[in-house]
Ligand binder design. Structure first.
Ligand SMILES: Cc1cc2nc3c(=O)[nH]c(=O)nc-3n(C[C@H](O)[C@H](O)[C@H](O)COP(=O)(O)OP(=O)(O)OC[C@H]3O[C@@H](n4cnc5c(N)ncnc54)[C@H](O)[C@@H]3O)c2cc1C
Length: 453
């Protein structure tokens, strides 16, 4: 179908990417009908399961700016300037994210962001949101979809923004030679709450992402604007000879309490509902899903987690999902004539990038779990910062390229590899930053890196 002849676009999933996409399409004159399986969360219904707090980097913030939501979202975020590492004795060390003020992450409650996007989508007057409507199946040749409550509907063009367990993706299996690769992580996560004090004061530094790395498992916590923190405990699902404690072994309050008190002595007393949350909050799964293709001709497209689920350790799932939306808008604005062309251009532009961030997220899992508390890691980070200061715009740590810039993930990954080799060469046999040969560093940087344009 020609893009300019399209009257209405059907979107499955009223989570973060589906709603943002609807807003961006409305800005371009398209109407959309958005089907969300859950009831309206603004009327008190719980959100679909997921993290309570998210961190937004530059990619996500840029997409929100393009959607005209910078101001509305700006009041809901807290700037995080670094990682606060908590050791087993409760001592803390701040590792700044970078040397420039813009190198900050922004934590935001998923609920507040969702409400804000839903309000903005409805305010366009072009987005019709149908809550409590769960997609069951799609007949691509007949262009019909069936919903739990609303029976069968026809569609012209359909976008699947229905998350990691996407039904739209499943329905594509029958309609095309879609190959889906799925790797589940052997770790799970559980949400815990660290509330603000009685005076409303945050119980931890609110301008840091708090990490309790323990080698094999860890906890992180991020603030909301009201002083409450949302914590996530990441543990193997089942213990083994290397790490005897997994969620399966923490099967009684006695064990849970002892485990938390021993491993997180400064955090455990800040979680008043620990016993209830351990028993009520489910253990969430994490994994990577890679699809051979993301569209069915010009009929249907997958975006966000539906197309590329990644593990959450780089904090990029939403950021990448929002980037899918803005990339599609660039293609439409660039004059693509029909949806088949637009969707295949989007897949061409984004698929390798999705693979790259999936790999970097797995890498970040290993780093956060094991290395952030090691001396060598601290030295490496210190040298990265020094090289960034000495070679601004040329040596930019990979973490910064992913979080605080919008260079394609593939390019961030490539530059990251080159920079890692430079760091390896400079740090071989060194124990202190003062021992590093900065003249040699300048040579390596100018030989192997060009400035970021
Ligand atoms: C522990 C954890 C921490 C994370 N932290 C971060 C972070 O800090 N920063 C970050 O960028 N990302 C983070 N992520 C990833 C992020 O949550 C996802 O990438 C993001 O939510 C994907 O957005 P989406 O719109 O594609 O899917 P979702 O947010 O999953 O939305 C999908 C929507 O589709 C609806 N739906 C599903 N099936 C149907 C159906 N059959 N019919 C109708 N509707 C349906 C769902 O109810 C939901 O509303 C984290 C993930 C986890 C698990």
């Amino acid at each position: 179908m020609r893009i300019r002849d399209t009257r209405n676009i059907t979107i499955i999933g009223g989570g973060l990417s589906g709603t943002l996409l609807a807003i961006l399409l409305a800005q371009r004159g398209f109407s959309s009908e958005l089907f969300e399986r859950s009831p309206d969360p603004r009327r008190g219904a719980p959100l679909a399961p997921g993290p309570g707090i998210l961190s937004l980097g530059e990619r996500g913030r840029h997409a929100l700016r393009l959607a005209g939501m910078e101001q509305a979202v700006g009041t809901l975020v807290t700037a995080l300037h670094g990682r606060m590492i908590h050791d087993r004795r409760g001592a803390t060390t701040l590792q700044p994210y970078g040397i420039y003020a813009y190198e900050a992450l922004y934590s935001i409650s998923r609920e507040r962001l969702t409400h804000c996007l839903l309000d903005a989508a409805e305010a366009t007057g072009k987005v019709h949101i149908r809550f409590g409507q769960k997609l069951q199946a799609i007949d691509w040749s007949a262009r019909t979809l069936s919903l739990d409550d609303a029976g069968e509907r026809t569609f012209d063009v359909l976008v699947g923004a229905d998350g990691a367990g996407s039904r739209v993706r499943r329905s594509m299996l029958g309609a095309s030679d879609l190959q889906i690769g799925q790797e589940l992580l052997d770790a799970g996560w559980k949400q815990l709450s660290i509330p603000a004090g009685a005076d409303g004061q945050p119980p931890l530094d609110p301008h840091a992402l708090h990490v309790w790395p323990r080698g094999g498992y860890m906890m992180i916590a991020m603030p909301d604007i009201d002083g409450n923190f949302s914590a996530m405990l990441f543990l193997p699902r089942k213990g083994d000879h290397r790490m005897p404690w997994g969620f399966a072994e923490l099967d009684s309050w006695t064990r849970q309490e002892a485990f938390m008190a021993f491993n997180f002595p400064d955090a455990a007393p800040l979680i008043p509902e620990l016993e209830r949350e351990f028993s009520d909050n489910p253990v969430g799964q994490m994994g990577t899903i890679r699809c051979s293709h993301w569209h069915v001709g010009g009929l249907g497209l997958l975006i966000g987690d539906a197309a590329h689920t990644i593990v959450p350790f780089h904090g990029q799932g939403v950021n990448a999902a929002f980037e899918d939306c803005t990339a599609l808008m660039e293609i439409i604005d660039g004059g693509a004539d029909d949806w088949d062309t637009a969707f295949s251009q989007l897949q061409h532009a984004r698929q390798a990038n999705a693979e790259a961030i999936a790999d970097m997220a797995l890498d970040a899992f290993r780093t956060m779990r094991d290395s952030v508390r090691h001396r060598e890691f601290m030295l490496r980070k210190a040298l990265e910062r020094e090289l960034e200061r000495l070679h601004p715009g040329v040596f930019i740590p990979r973490y910064s390229l992913v979080m605080f810039h919008r260079v394609p993930y593939v390019e961030a990954c490539r530059r990251g590899r080159v920079q890692a080799e430079i760091l390896d060469e400079l740090l071989a046999g060194k124990h202190e930053l003062t021992e590093v040969d900065l003249d040699k560093a300048a040579e390596l940087v100018s030989d192997r890196l060009v400035g970021l344009t």
